[in-house]
Structure formats: C-alpha cells, structure tokens
Write a protein that binds this ligand. Structure first.
Ligand SMILES: [Fe+2]
Length: 249
C-alpha cells in the first residue's frame, strides 16, 4: 500500500494546481465571494454523511480492513451540521425558499457536485475493504487541499466580522488533519498488496481524483460569477437572487 499512498500524494500535487485553488489563493478576491461556491457543493456535503453511513460502512465488518473503514466512517458521517451552522451564521439561510433551494441543488450549474457523489458510489461499488481504504485516502487528500484554503478564507472572514465558520474553517480542518497524523498512514503503508491489487488501487485512486477534478471547474465558475456581481449579491448569485445579506461581511 506504501506505493499507493505515494501515488495519492503525487495525484494530490496535480489536484492542488487546478484553477479553482488558484482562485481560493488569490488575495485580490474578496473572501465572501471566494466562498460563493460552497452553497453549490451542498448536495455533496449533505450526501457525504450517507456515503459514509450507507455505502462505505458494513456492519458487522468482514475483516480488519473493513473495521478500519467503519471506524473512519464514524468519524466522518456527521460533519454536515457544521455546514448548516455556517450557512446560518453567514445569513445565507435567509436568501431563499425551500422550493428555490431544491431548484438550486438540482440545477444544471451545480450538477458536478451531484455527479461527483454518484461517481464515488460507482467507484466504491465493487471495491473490497483494502480498495475502500485507498479511495478514502484519496478523498481525504482532496479534502485536505480544499479545506486548507477555505480555512484561510474563513480566518479572514472571522478577522473582519468575528464570525467563526466551523465547517469551512479551522475547526473542521483540524479534525480532518488530526487522524491523518495519528499514525494512520504508517499503518496503511504496512498493508501488503500483490502487484495486481496495487494496480487496482491506483486505478481507483485515479478515478477518484478525476471525479473531484471535474467538480472543481464548476466551483471555479461559481466563484467567477460571485466575484463579477455586486457585493450585495455574493451569496445570492447561485440562486440568481440579488438579496442583501443582513450579516455585515
Ligand atoms: Fe469532514
């Protein structure tokens, strides 16, 4: 598995160079507009709990690797309430109705966020427990790239407004980074794989990064749309509603 983990880190470097992340690093863009893609990721964020609970987890575990998968799912299946908390704190909960929120969730310009989740379900469909661990690691590293940057943006928003964003900010990032540093990689690296199993894991990792990469272009377009709109419309750009947010950003 060691070479699979090295492959994941190579793929991560390529992923981090995609245009979305240049935008998130661009200090000339206003912090709230840079987070303008987050409502467009809502479907994925909410469904990620289900992916952990109902797709990745298998109880009882059939082997030690699946037990590790299950442990991971118990850490990762309950992060979406912090996303809802952030939406409340940013005042975005006041911007739309239930019907318009559902239209936005299933709109054409947010479809990659949905397809990303369907792709992950497809990638995981025939995986054994070791392959699931490889896919989880790839997902984690894409999250590490994204949340390292949203944390910096959230810090800037907190400095300006005092609002602490727990999902988009340091609270979530610290949790996600924590277990990677807990010696988990060393344990994973010790899993012995046949050449054939290693190649299968690498292919699954490639498919996982490709699925996330396809989503990034949609998110970059949502940021471009937000930055092109007047300040008052930043969070509303996704739903086309130029509604003034009551929270002073
Ligand atoms: Fe998370």
């Amino acid at each position: 598995m060691k070479s699979v983990l090295a492959h994941i880190m190579r793929k991560k470097r390529g992923y981090a160079a995609l245009p979305l992340f240049d935008r998130l690093r661009d200090e000339s863009l206003p912090a709230p507009a840079k987070l303008g893609f987050m409502p467009g990721l809502a479907f994925f964020i909410m469904a990620f709990g289900d992916l952990n609970r109902y797709v990745l987890r298998q109880s009882p575990a059939t082997d030690a690797h699946q037990e590790r998968v299950n442990e991971h799912t118990r850490e990762d299946d309950h992060h979406w309430p912090w996303f809802l908390e952030d939406l409340e704190k940013l005042g975005w909960n006041k911007l739309t109705t239930t019907c318009n929120a559902l239209r936005t969730l299933w709109a054409e310009d947010t479809h990659r966020s949905r397809v990303l989740m369907y792709d992950l379900c497809g990638i995981l469909a025939d995986c054994d427990s070791v392959e699931r661990l490889a896919v989880i690691e790839a997902i984690e590293e894409t999250g590490n790239v994204l949340f390292a940057l949203t944390t910096k943006i959230s810090d800037a928003i907190q400095a300006q407004t005092g609002i602490e964003l727990r999902y988009m900010g340091a609270f979530h990032f610290a949790l996600e980074s924590g277990h990677m540093q807990n010696g988990e990689h060393a344990e994973l690296a010790r899993i012995a794989l046949s050449d054939e199993a290693r190649d299968r894991c690498r292919t699954l990792v490639d498919r996982t990064f490709d699925a996330f990469a396809a989503w990034t272009h949609e998110a970059a377009a949502l940021i471009d749309r937000a930055t092109a709109m007047p300040e008052s419309a930043w969070p509303g750009t996704l739903t086309g509603q130029a509604v003034r947010v009551e929270v002073a950003l």
